[in-house]
Every structure is written in C-alpha cells, then in structure tokens.
Ligand binder design. Structure first.
Ligand SMILES: [Mn+2]
Length: 345
C-alpha cells in the first residue's frame, strides 16, 4: 500500500516534518508523535467546511516549512526534539460516517500500538469517537481519561436520526466503555445547549464540566489544577481533545458552531501547554477548524499553534524527566539578560 497523502489538495506535511506511510511501520518505528489528517465534515450539524481543516492546520504559518520550531517559552523544538512524522490523511469517505470513523479508529490504534502519540487534525468533532477509541483499544478501555476543550458538551444522543454526529461523540465514548464518565473533564462549556435531560445524563455518568461561568468565577488555573487531579487518578494516560470553538469567535471565527463568550487564544495555548507539561498525554485531536468560514486565517493559525504548543510541551516534559529538573516557566525571561541596562546618556 502506498501513502494516501492528502484527501483534498497537495500532499504536504505539518510544517515540513518528515512523511511516513502508516502501512510501512519501519518508516515510523522511532516516532514519538505521528500526525494524521481526518478531513471529514459529515458529522456537522450546521456550517460545514472542516474537511479542509487538516490542510489549513498543517500549512498556516508565516515561517518556512522547514520542520523546526524553537519555542521561546519552553526552550524546546517540538518538531526536532521529538521524532514527529505526518502520515497524511486517513481516507474519510464523504457521506459514509461509519466507514470514515472505522478507518480513522484503525489508523489511530496502529499509531498507538507503535508506541507513538497520535495527533489527529480534524475534521468535525465526530472524529473524537474514533480518535479516543483507537487509543483505548491499544492502551485499555477505561484506562484513559479525557480532557475536552469545547463550547459544547458533545454528549447529545441522536441527531438527525443518527448516533454519529459531531454533537454526540462524548456520549458514545462513555456508552461504549472506551472511556470512563468519571474521568471525563470538560472545559469551556457555555451557551444554550444541551437541554436538561442531557445534563442529567452527564451528571449520572459523573462527568465533570467546567463551564465558562465557573472558569470566570474561580479562574482557569484553579479549574485546570483540580481537573488534572481527577485526570490522573487511577488512569494510565490522558487524551486531549481541543475543539477550536472553545475559544471566543473573536479568536476562532472559522468554525461551524460559534458560541460567544469563550476562552481567549492565550488561555487555550496556556492550557494546552500545561496539560502536555504536567500530564501523561497519549493522544491529541484538534478539531472544528472550518477554513471557508475563517477570516485572515485567524482560526487556522491558532490551531497550528495549539499543535506546536502541545509538541513543545511534550518535548519539555520528556527533557525534564531525563534531567530530573522541573521546568520554571519564568526561566527564559530571567536567563541571558543583563541584570541592569545601561542608562542612556
Ligand atoms: Mn465539539
């Protein structure tokens, strides 16, 4: 089998990292992270377009596609310190959501079984079912906790007569037993959905949802710290699912179901950094980027940086584990600077 490449557009990789063919395991045997595109928007309930998300996330950056991005804040190069490959897109059959999700689940499981972290570029959020199930198939059902950034709970039951829309993947993951409801952390919920019956179902599963109201009242830092404690309690790893609509539409306009009043881009990037620094992340997806609704590439650029922030922080976590030293986030601000500047004459 040869590399499928990109389903829509030219066969490019994330900022120029090496490519691999998922069918040739020798080509990524040393991988720390394998990127997969999931260009599927058949689960969308409102505005479509996320089938073009993977290509936009891979390429939206003002620097060269040279496979290197040194992080100012973390003093790591996520694309060089880690072995990162881009396996291209999974064939996501338009109009056949069960075929598409089945192919994606198999691909994610293959990556996880190889020992690498799968990093999936969506696609609408229906793909999270395949992403987290693929990881859980490899590492154990009920052994992986979920940290889920989103404006929406995505715990709906049946939408448009289907079990598989982008409003329902989190319910399906808990119903199937792939993930535990009581290790399911949601951050950023707001707006006018879901209805009380679904909230009752979520409470019955012991899900923990940090709504924007609580985040504003308590502060994001405290909420994350509390969530992290739940996430690592009797679990072997953490899946990070980032729906870009967790951010305010001012910071992420290019998405299918925008909900005002969300996180800032800064808050999302800091949260992703903390999760990947402090938790044993075993899988990541970044979803709901819809380039046709984007303006000035704002949303695609943010999603590109979400990926880089995650990779930079995973690299930092691994280096700190080797050296036994905890990272001080203020270090780059203190190092290599003169204690005082000469006064101008
Ligand atoms: Mn979502």
């Amino acid at each position: 089998m040869s590399r499928y490449g990109a389903q829509f557009g030219p066969d490019i990789t994330f900022l120029g990292v090496p490519s691999c063919d998922l069918a040739e395991s020798s080509g990524y045997a040393d991988a720390d992270v394998v990127i997969l595109g999931a260009p599927f928007d058949g689960g969308t309930s409102h505005r479509p377009g996320t089938r073009f998300g993977p290509q936009a996330i891979r390429s939206t950056d003002y620097l060269g596609h040279d496979g290197s991005r040194p992080s100012l804040a973390l003093r790591t190069d996520g694309l060089k310190d880690l072995k990162v490959y881009d396996a291209g897109d999974v064939m996501m059959t338009p109009g056949d959501i069960t075929a598409a999700l089945g192919a994606l689940e198999a691909a994610v499981q293959t990556v996880t079984e190889s020992g690498a972290i799968p990093l999936i570029l969506g696609g609408d959020h229906s793909i999270a079912f395949a992403d987290a199930t693929g990881v859980a198939n490899a590492l154990g059902h009920g052994r992986i906790s979920m940290t889920h950034f989103d404006a929406h709970a995505d715990t709906g039951d049946i939408e448009f007569g289907s079990l598989w829309g982008h409003g329902a993947p989190m319910r399906r993951l808990i119903e199937s037993g792939a993930l535990r409801g009581d290790r399911f952390l949601q951050i950023g919920l707001r707006g006018y959905w879901p209805e009380p019956a679904t909230l009752d179902w979520m409470a019955g599963q012991a899900m923990r949802s940090y709504e924007m109201t609580e985040i504003v009242h308590r502060g994001l830092t405290d909420c994350l710290t509390e969530a992290f404690g739940i996430a690592i309690d009797d679990c072997d790893g953490v899946f990070l699912s980032v729906d870009i609509d967790v951010c305010d539409p001012a910071h992420a306009p290019g998405t299918g179901t925008p909900e005002p009043g969300g996180l800032s881009a800064r808050q999302l990037l800091d949260s992703v950094r903390r999760i990947c620094l402090e938790l044993p992340v075993v899988g990541i997806d970044v979803v709901e980027v819809s380039p046709p609704y984007d303006h000035a590439d704002i949303t695609a650029a943010l999603a590109n940086r979400v990926v880089l922030e995650a990779l930079s922080a995973i690299a930092r976590r691994r280096r700190d584990a080797e050296t036994g030293q905890a990272w001080n986030p203020l270090l780059p601000l203190l190092a290599d600077r003169p204690a005082s500047r000469p006064k101008p004459d």
